[in-house]
Write a protein that binds this ligand. Structure first.
Ligand code: PBG
Length: 324
């Protein structure tokens, strides 16, 4: 049918029509809130590059987890800023370290929010890389044991799910095997399987104090020019035991989310990363854009591309806007 018989505007004419034929819906169920935990008491230090976000001591993490729960969110993901960094990321897997304490406190005080943890070494290494460094090279295989120990320590502290973000080859299999051996076969792994080497992580590295002290992450994170490689990475992680596959960042990679949705049958998560958030907030501060509208539009686009879950710094604000 063609114009004038067909008229696309008929079903756009009022809010109820639009509501009835809307193809994609964003729900609170889809959103995961990232939080940054730091040692101390009553600490709530603003992250300059991420307005509305803070490095928080455990008491404030618990308060924010409560707010997230009240806003209807199912889950948070925790990142830690440790008291000390070294060449073996010792504080990543110490039972008394920051993320382990934050997990325990949240699980004790807000038991029904799901606690996911980011499993990586970069924030805990003095050189800021995601694995062990040997003569200036990031040693893949030497990093696996430390990553598995980190995941295990999070789960022992009470984490409901672990999310390895380091991009070492084989780490999902290593973590799965370690968790299974320690009677945690029921704990799911959300793999940052398709993680690109991206300038959109800039503000996060300030937030987590995890910028590499030499070189860059291009020898382990993916080249933004590659799409087929995303399928290979996802397929390998699925074979190693991943339960959820993540694409990161989200907005410049909507085609990758779409492709993976056609190719794989696991839930797909997308990380609406720090730079994507900060750019919108900066635009708002300049008075040039309406960040609230932009955030809703971008989250819907990420869902429309095929993401089942979205990690976003806007999760609480958006959950409050949504009515289900
Ligand atoms: C740790 C990690 C990073 C992010 C999540 N986990 C940073 C990086 O790889 O440099 C980025 C999150 C964001 O930008 O919001 N490896």
């Amino acid at each position: 049918m063609l114009f004038p018989d067909a008229r696309g505007r008929r079903l756009r004419a009022n809010p109820n029509f639009r509501r009835m034929v809307r193809e994609t819906k964003l729900s609170r169920d889809d959103l995961i809130l990232p939080l940054f935990a730091i040692e101390g008491k009553s600490v709530k230090k603003p992250i300059d590059s991420m307005p509305g976000h803070f490095q928080m001591s455990c008491d404030h993490i618990v308060e924010t987890a409560k707010k997230a729960k009240e806003a209807g969110l199912p889950a948070i993901i925790l990142f830690g800023i440790p008291d000390k960094k070294d060449g073996l990321a010792t504080r990543a897997y110490a039972s008394d370290s920051i993320v382990q304490k934050a997990i325990q406190e949240v699980k004790e005080k807000v038991p029904d929010i799901t606690v996911i943890t980011d499993v990586c070494l970069c924030g805990y290494m003095d050189h800021g890389h995601c694995g062990v460094v040997d003569k200036g090279i990031i040693d893949n295989d030497a990093s696996l044991d430390l990553l598995a120990r980190t995941a295990l320590s999070h789960v022992k502290a009470g984490a409901d799910m672990v999310a390895p973000s380091d991009m070492m080859d084989g780490r999902v299999g290593e973590i799965r095997q370690t968790l299974d051996e320690e009677n945690f076969s029921h704990i799911p792994i959300m793999s940052y399987a398709v993680k690109y080497s991206s300038a959109f992580y800039g503000p996060f590295r300030q937030a987590a104090e995890s910028a590499p002290q030499f070189g860059d992450r291009k020898t382990y994170q993916m080249d933004p020019a590659n799409g087929l490689e995303a399928i290979r990475e996802a397929t390998m992680d699925i074979e190693e035991g991943a339960d959820i596959i993540m694409v990161k960042p989200a907005l410049s990679y909507l085609d990758i989310i779409y492709r993976l949705k056609q190719e794989i049958d696991l839930p797909i998560a997308a990380y609406n990363v720090s730079g994507e958030y900060s750019i919108m907030k900066a635009g708002e501060m300049m008075g040039w854009v309406d960040a609230k509208e932009l955030i809703m539009e971008t989250l819907i686009s990420i869902k429309r591309a095929g993401a089942d879950l979205i990690l976003t710094y806007s999760a609480i604000d958006v959950a409050r806007e949504l009515n289900s």
